[in-house]
Design a binder for this molecule. Structure first.
Ligand code: FAD
Length: 334
């Protein structure tokens, strides 16, 4: 019997589990994969993420960085070929080692970290939540579902069918005439059904596209690569790895899933995502606020209000960011 069960050890789950464990509660942090595990991500920590991580977890270790260590910001080209340069220093990390580090830190703070532990469903029974895992059953006063964009817990409990963007990126060796210090995003609808991007991590040139229809991933990707060849002199010597991911599809009608009864949702499981796929900061922020809200676990209505109120500024920020992107590109009109 746990006080709190946190499902998923990404940024949202590690943040919330660590903070709750520090207050002396008995916490289970259940993760379906073995660490270090891959998570498709560009691995850019914006300033806000760095501040939250360093305040809670301490200095980010050298071992999680990729080269260049500092990301100088984003260069965005809209569908009219207008270029917008946003300079703001962030970090460039590998998610496999970054998440592993955070999960171990949560464990050092007292959370019971269990890997290879897949949660199948949650059900409220007599003021407790019963969580069915693949191999056993656990109960807790509260569950915080941080199981990412495809949230199995969310689908089961809220009866919603989340909407996704599918991402496809390749890691190549080669050369290109684009500044490796920046993340480059292209919004021309001929190149993707969402955005197309280029960034550098260690010796890899990473080229990716976001699509609604997964069967079109490779078609859009090859179009984007041809564009990079013709416009930025890309030369690809070899493709080392391809990666598929998902993220919530944020449209003007989208909803947040903050919780039901004794189950709260944080990070992408709550449908929180900033423009152009920046989601680590909202995952950390919602994990942080969820840990505050569980102080009221004896009264689920109070807990849920506290969570909603605590997230208000984060959600307002998110909506402002989407509106701002809509001014740059009509396809993102909020
Ligand atoms: C291609 C791509 C590039 C991106 N680039 C960036 C970027 O540069 N910067 C940025 O800020 N954001 C980026 N994002 C978004 C970012 O990756 C997410 O917003 C962020 O990881 C969300 O964190 P989370 O903790 O909510 O979920 P996740 O990081 O997805 O973590 C969820 C965890 O739950 C586990 N899990 C899932 N189901 C279960 C289950 N049933 N039981 C137990 N465990 C489970 C998963 O294995 C995983 O460890 C990118 C996303 C994509 C797809």
């Amino acid at each position: 019997m746990y006080d709190i069960i946190v499902i998923g050890a990404g940024p949202a789950g590690c943040m919330t589990a660590k903070r709750i464990a520090e207050t002396g509660h008995k916490v289970l942090l259940a993760e379906k994969m073995e660490f270090p595990r891959e998570k498709s991500c560009s691995g850019i920590l914006i300033k806000k993420s760095i501040q939250m991580v360093e305040a809670e977890f301490g200095k980010i270790p050298e071992s999680v960085f990729s080269n260049p260590q500092i990301n100088q910001g984003i260069i965005l080209t809209n569908e009219d070929d207008q270029v917008f340069k946003f300079e703001s220093e962030g970090y460039n990390i590998w998610r496999s080692s970054f998440d592993y580090w955070m999960a171990r830190e949560a464990e050092s703070s007292g959370a019971d970290l269990r890997t290879s532990t897949t949660a199948l469903s949650c059900k409220e029974e007599d003021d407790l939540v019963v969580v069915k895992f693949k191999n056993n059953i656990e109960t807790a006063q509260v569950v915080i579902a941080c199981d990412g964009a495809a949230s199995r817990i969310g689908r089961g409990l809220l009866n919603v069918s989340p909407d996704y963007i599918f991402t496809y990126q390749t890691f190549s060796r080669g050369t290109i005439d684009l500044d490796s210090q920046f993340f480059h995003a292209f919004l021309d609808p001929r190149l993707s059904q969402y955005d197309a991007w280029f960034n550098v991590k260690d010796d890899f040139l990473i080229m990716g596209v976001g699509v609604k229809n997964p069967s079109l991933m490779e078609k859009y990707h090859s179009r984007f690569v041809s564009f990079l060849k013709s416009h930025y002199n890309a030369h690809i010597e070899s493709i080392v790895k391809t990666e598929v991911g998902i993220m919530p599809y944020i449209t003007p009608e989208f909803s947040f899933y903050l919780g039901k009864g004794r189950v709260l949702f944080a990070g992408e499981a709550a449908n929180l995502l900033n423009p152009l796929g920046e989601g680590i900061s909202s995952a950390l922020a919602s994990g942080y606020v969820a840990a505050e809200a569980i102080k009221f676990y004896e009264n689920p209505d109070f807990m849920s209000d506290s969570y909603k109120n605590g997230l208000k500024s984060e959600i307002d920020y998110m909506i402002r960011q989407w509106k701002f992107l809509g001014e740059i590109s009509p396809k993102f009109k909020y």
